[in-house]
Structure formats: structure tokens, C-alpha cells
Design a protein around this ligand. Structure first.
Ligand code: AMP
Ligand code: MG
Length: 413
């Protein structure tokens, strides 16, 4: 039997992404429920932000022509708190001004109150104890956002700070892509749900909670189709149900080619499937294909990605392959996540032929510690860790080497 060549992680990802097309439908939602959504169309600011030149300090607005020497004494001619607008500043005068208040016409700098003194016995004069530079402590009109110009661009994933930008632009609602709908089910006769008794030789279904939470953390709707026994018919039937109203079906387990692995024949019968061997560890086998939908749906098929069953393998392959695929469906940038050069404070001497993703944690010395048990069944490695080291094939790591670190939190949003 000839073995098909293994794909690299990048080849597998390129292949996946060449198929995924962004969902088209969008909806207009109030900003308060737009967190985690993807902007469907760019939006322009309704206003200049700031609306006028304003001061970023409590102090005095003045004309720098009047303060060419330190110690100049000037008349306080007006008082401008935030929320009110002053009048044109006459030469030789200053305006008492407070953070956020518009700088009056004629003024070209603000001096902090800490740099001023009130001459003894005076009530309407100030002594400026430095020589201010033009423009100091002034926030310029429109330096943040400009009326009529883009505030946010289509494809932006809406985090708290984007919602704040939209609000400062004067917007109340945003046009966002509809949520991507992902169905998930979990194969294995050995699986029980927490809360149920374990079968002899059984284990709890941990992939359900890990993978549904991964799906939700990307801002998708997740539907759980439960545990599916290791049988061809049960797998086919669940595929048919899960294809309805979903963009993507994710499964765990059953993607090897053993007698108890039914994903390949089931998806092939209900659609089409490629079974890939990817040269990564954990998570070698991955299945990619599509399941035909019943007539009457806008799309003819739901995408299918079958992950391996081992808990770390399914988690890591979700992050490396399913996440970018979902990002592309959402209309977001789907490139491989950024990795950062970090110092390994561990040895990993048994270099593997495959590209390994090691569970690690940043230590207080700014290096990386390795979880001692890197088995693909030991999920506590991922909960102990805060990220992965992307270790190229055939490369051993010695303490002190620089390695490529990918934080989990960059992979879960
Ligand atoms: P499989 O990919 O089906 O051959 O499963 C590989 C390993 O992962 C086996 O030890 C399974 O018992 C385990 N496994 C499969 N599915 C799950 C799951 N949903 N939760 C926890 N472990 C699982
Ligand atoms: Mg199985």
C-alpha cells in the first residue's frame, strides 16, 4: 500500500481557506449586542472627534506671543469648563480652562495649572512659569475621527474598543454579518455526558465543552448534536440533521481508518470527503468535506471538518484549522495566528518528524516553561498552559533557544 504524502500545516490551511467564502447575509443590530460580531459594511463618522480643538489639561489657554519669557503675568479674562464654549481670546489675556473644554479662538497653547501661579493678592491674573510651545496640551479637532471619513472598515471583528469608536462616531446601530452557524457532534461508544454514570471503560465527553466553547468564543452560533455511537447509520443520520440550517459541521473522533471509525464512509455517502494526514503533533488525521443539504436551503451543502478524538488533538486542530476556516466564513482576516519569539526555559530533545505544538506557559523570568506531559490525551496540559510553541519538524529545543510562541488568547477570539 502506498502512503499518501503528509500535508504540512500550511498546506492544509491553504487548502481549507481556498474553499471558505464569507457568508453574505447581514443584519442591523444595536451596538449593545454587537460585541463579537463582524462589521458587514464600513461606517463613516457622523462627527469630528474631538468636535473642536480642546484642552487635555486643566490650566490656562493663551497666546504664545504673550509668553515669550517665563514668568509673564496675564489677565484671566474668561472661564471655560468642559461642555461650554468660550469667546475669542484678546491679546494679553488667558482663559481659565478645564480638560475637555474647547480652546477659544485666538489661543494657540495651553499651560497646565501646575506650571502657573496666582500672583499674591490677585484674583484675575496668572503668572505663567514657563515658555509654552505652540499647540501644547491641545487635542486637535478631528484628530481621532473625521466627519464623513471611515471610522471602522468592513470585516472588522467588534471588540469593546470598536464599539466605543462607533459610539464616539455617533452611531447607534451597526450592519453586521449574520452569525456563522456551526453544528457539532462527538463520536465514540465510550463517551458519557458528565452527570451520567460512566460505562465500563468509558470516559466523559470533554470535547463537547471544549469545542462548543471554542465555537462560541469566535462569535458563532453553536448547536450540539450530542454523542453519536460508532455506527455508520447513526453517523449518517446525524450528518443529515446537522446539515440543516448550518454552515459548518464539526465532529470529534472516528477520523482514523479503523473499523470503528465511521466518519469517512458516512460523510462520503452524504456528500464528499478528503481524509488528510497532516504532519503535525498532536492531531495527525483531519477530515475535510461537505454534506449535502436537503432541498430548499439557500446553500447546497454544509462544510464538514472532522477532528481527531483525543482532547488535546481536537482542541489544537480546532485552533489551527477550524478557527481560520470560520474566520474566513465570517469575512475576517484568516491568516495563521501571529507567533512571537520567546526564550525556551526547557529542553525538548526528542525532535519529531512532525511539526509539534507544545503546551507551554510564560514564567516570571520572561521565558517559557513546558508542561511535563505532552500526551494528546492530557487536556490539563492545555489548561495549565497559556499557549503553544510551534516547533518545526526535526527540531530539538535546548534551554535558551528562541522559539515561536502562540498565545491561546490570540486563538480564541
Ligand atoms: P478516536 O479519534 O475516535 O480514535 O479517539 C481517540 C481517543 O480520543 C480515544 O482515546 C477516545 O476515547 C478519545 N475521545 C474521543 N472522543 C472524545 C471526547 N468527545 N471526549 C474525550 N475523549 C474523547
Ligand atoms: Mg472513536
Amino acid at each position: 500500500m502506498t502512503k499518501s504524502p503528509m500535508l504540512t500545516a500550511q498546506q492544509a490551511l491553504d487548502h481549507l481557506l481556498s474553499h471558505a467564502k464569507p457568508v453574505i447575509e447581514s443584519e442591523i443590530v444595536p451596538m449593545q449586542v454587537a460585541l463579537g460580531r463582524v462589521l458587514a459594511e464600513s461606517v463613516n463618522s457622523l462627527v469630528d472627534v474631538p468636535p473642536l480643538d480642546n484642552t487635555s489639561m486643566d490650566g490656562y489657554a493663551l497666546r504664545t506671543a504673550d509668553t515669550q519669557v517665563s514668568g509673564s503675568i496675564l489677565k484671566i479674562a474668561q472661564r471655560i469648563p468642559a461642555g461650554s464654549v468660550g469667546v475669542t481670546l484678546e491679546p494679553g489675556t488667558v482663559a481659565r480652562i478645564f480638560t475637555g473644554a474647547p480652546v477659544p479662538l485666538g489661543a494657540d497653547a495651553v499651560v497646565m495649572q501646575e506650571d502657573c501661579a496666582i500672583p499674591e493678592g490677585s484674583t484675575d491674573q496668572v503668572q505663567v512659569n514657563l515658555v509654552p510651545t505652540v499647540g501644547q496640551w491641545i487635542r486637535r479637532q478631528g484628530e481621532d475621527l473625521t466627519a464623513g471619513k471611515a471610522a471602522l472598515i468592513a470585516g472588522t471583528f467588534l471588540r469593546p474598543q470598536e464599539l466605543g469608536v462607533a459610539a464616539s462616531a455617533g452611531l447607534t446601530h451597526l450592519n453586521v454579518k449574520r452569525r456563522v452557524k456551526v453544528a457539532a457532534f462527538f463520536t465514540g461508544d465510550e463517551l458519557s455526558l458528565p452527570g451520567e454514570p460512566l460505562k465500563p471503560g468509558g470516559i466523559y465527553n470533554s470535547n463537547r465543552d471544549t469545542l462548543l466553547a471554542c465555537i462560541q468564543s469566535l462569535g458563532c452560533d453553536a448547536t450540539d448534536f450530542g454523542i453519536v455511537p460508532d455506527s455508520l447509520n447513526a453517523t449518517r443520520e446525524t450528518l443529515r440533521k446537522a446539515s440543516k440550517d448550518h454552515d459548518l459541521i464539526i465532529t470529534s473522533g472516528g477520523v482514523s481508518v479503523g473499523e470503528e471509525d465511521h466518519i469517512k464512509p458516512a460523510v462520503t455517502a452524504e456528500g464528499r470527503l478528503d481524509l488528510w494526514q497532516i504532519a503535525i503533533k498532536p492531531g495527525k488525521p483531519l477530515a475535510f468535506g461537505a454534506v449535502r443539504k436537503a432541498d430548499g436551503e439557500a446553500q447546497a451543502e454544509a462544510w464538514f471538518i472532522g477532528l481527531p478524538g483525543n482532547p488535546v488533538s481536537s482542541f489544537v486542530t480546532f485552533l489551527l484549522f477550524v478557527r481560520p476556516f470560520i474566520l474566513r466564513l465570517q469575512g475576517r482576516d484568516a491568516s495563521l495566528p501571529q507567533s512571537y519569539p520567546m526564550r525556551a526555559d526547557f529542553d525538548w530533545l526528542k525532535a519529531d518528524r512532525r511539526n509539534e505544538f507544545l503546551r507551554v506557559k510564560i514564567n516570571t523570568q520572561g521565558g517559557l516553561d513546558l508542561f511535563p506531559n505532552q500526551s494528546s490525551g492530557v487536556l490539563t496540559s492545555a489548561s495549565w498552559g497559556d499557549g503553544l510553541v510551534d516547533c518545526p519538524p526535526g527540531q530539538a529545543i535546548k534551554a535558551g533557544d528562541m522559539v515561536r510562541y502562540i498565545p491561546f488568547n490570540a486563538l480564541l477570539a
